[in-house]
Design a protein around this ligand. Structure first.
Ligand code: NCD
Length: 335
C-alpha cells in the first residue's frame, strides 16, 4: 500500500488486511510494554490544517507505539497562516525527510493532491478532507463492529449481512461517506437516516438506502446505529428549525435506546454533542462503543502506518512481511 486516501477505492482484500493487521496491533497493545520497534528511524508528520483532538492524538500514539519519530505540524501558528501554500509546506516536509504524511485539510481532495503532485515521496494518509472522506475512521468503525460481533474470532471475516444505520448530518460528514463505501465493500447493508435537508443530492448513487424517520429505522432492527455529529461549523444556512426539534426527531434518546435490539450497538465518531444528536444515557450505556472506537483507532492507525512504511525500501511494496515481523517478538518488544 502506497497511500491511504479513501475507502471508495479500497479493495476488499486490502481493507481486510488492514483490519487483520490491526487485530495483531491490538494484541500488542494489551502487553505491559506497548512500544514496538517496527518503524524505528521512520518519520511521520501529522499535518493538520483543521482542528482535531482525537484523530491527531490517535495518529501520534500509533506512530510512537511503532517507534517512529513524530512531527506535529498544525496550521495555526505556522507559516500556513502567513499564506504559505500546500506545495511549499509539502516541499519543506520532503526536505526534512518525512516518510509518511498524515494530512487533515478543510478542502476535499487535498490529500490526493499531495499524494499525486510529485512534491513529496512520502506515503500519504488522509485523516479527513473537507466533506469527502475519513478512511481510518471508517476502518476503525468496521473493526469495532467486527470485534463486537466476532470477538477473538474476527480475523479474515467481513461484515456480510450486518445492518448498519447511519443517522444525522450525512450532508457534511466525511465519516458517513467513508463508512458507506467501506461497509458496502465488506458486505454490510447501510441505511442512512437524516432530515431531507441533510441528505446529499447525489445520494441515489450511493450503495445505501435512505430513510427520513429514525423510529422506522430503529424498528428495522439495525445491528449498529452510528450517530453523526451535527457539524455546525460547516453549516452556512439553517438546515433544521431548532436544536430541540432536531433532537426530538433525529436524536438518540432513552426511549429509542430501549427500542434497539438486545445486541445492537451505538456508535459515534466523536466529538459528541450530548443532548443534541445523542443523549447522555445513550452515550454512556453499555451499548455504546464510543470509547472502544477510540482505542481501536490507535490499532487501526498502527496497521495503516505499518502497511505504508514497514519493510518497504523504497516504500512501494504491496505485500507486508509476515505479521509476526510486524509486531516483533516479546524480546524485541522490551528493548
Ligand atoms: C470526525 C471528523 O473530524 O470528521 N471526527 C473525528 O475524526 N474524530 C467527525 C466529526 O468531526 O464530527
Amino acid at each position: 500500500m502506497r497511500h491511504l486516501l479513501d475507502t471508495q477505492g479500497l479493495a476488499r482484500e486490502d481493507a481486510l488486511r488492514i483490519l487483520d493487521v490491526a487485530e495483531d496491533m491490538a494484541d500488542t497493545q494489551r502487553r505491559e510494554i506497548k512500544k514496538l520497534p517496527t518503524l524505528r528511524g521512520k518519520t511521520v508528520v501529522n499535518l493538520f490544517f483543521e482542528d482535531s483532538t482525537r484523530t491527531r492524538i490517535s495518529f501520534e500514539a500509533a506512530a510512537k507505539r511503532l517507534s517512529a519519530d513524530v512531527i506535529n505540524f498544525s496550521a495555526k501558528g505556522s507559516s500556513v497562516s502567513k499564506g504559505e501554500s500546500l506545495q511549499d509546506t509539502a516541499q519543506t516536509l520532503q526536505a526534512m525527510g518525512a516518510d509518511a504524511v498524515v494530512i487533515r485539510h478543510g478542502a476535499s481532495g487535498a490529500p490526493r493532491t499531495l499524494a499525486t503532485s510529485g512534491w513529496i515521496s512520502a506515503g500519504v494518509v488522509n485523516a479527513g478532507d473537507g466533506t469527502h472522506e475519513h478512511p481510518t475512521q471508517a476502518l476503525l468503525d468496521a473493526f469495532t463492529i467486527r470485534k463486537r460481533r466476532f470477538g477473538d474470532d474476527s480475523r479474515g471475516r467481513d461484515l456480510d449481512g450486518v445492518k448498519v444505520t447511519i443517522v444525522g448530518d450525512v450532508l457534511h460528514s466525511r465519516v458517513a461517506r467513508s463508512n458507506v463505501w467501506l461497509l458496502n465493500t465488506l458486505g454490510a447493508r447501510v441505511t442512512l437516516v437524516a432530515p431531507p435537508t441533510l441528505v446529499p443530492q447525489d445520494v441515489s448513487t450511493w450503495p445505501a438506502d435512505v430513510l427520513y424517520d429514525l423510529d422506522d429505522a430503529i424498528a428495522a432492527g439495525p445491528d449498529a446505529l452510528m450517530m453523526l455529529r451535527i457539524q455546525l461549523e460547516r453549516m452556512n444556512a439553517a438546515y433544521f428549525p431548532t436544536e430541540r426539534e432536531y433532537s426530538r426527531r433525529w436524536g438518540l434518546d432513552a426511549r429509542r435506546l430501549d427500542a434497539l435490539g438486545a445486541d445492537s450497538i451505538v456508535m459515534h465518531p466523536g466529538p459528541m454533542n450530548r443532548g443534541l444528536e445523542i443523549s447522555a444515557e445513550a452515550a454512556d450505556s453499555p451499548r455504546s462503543t464510543v470509547l472502544e472506537q477510540v482505542a481501536n483507532g490507535v490499532s487501526v492507525r498502527m496497521a495503516a502506518l505499518y502497511l505504508l512504511l514497514a519493510g518497504t525500501e523504497p516504500s512501494t511494496a504491496d505485500t507486508p512481511p509476515a505479521t509476526d515481523a510486524a509486531v516483533g517478538t516479546e524480546k524485541e518488544n522490551t528493548r
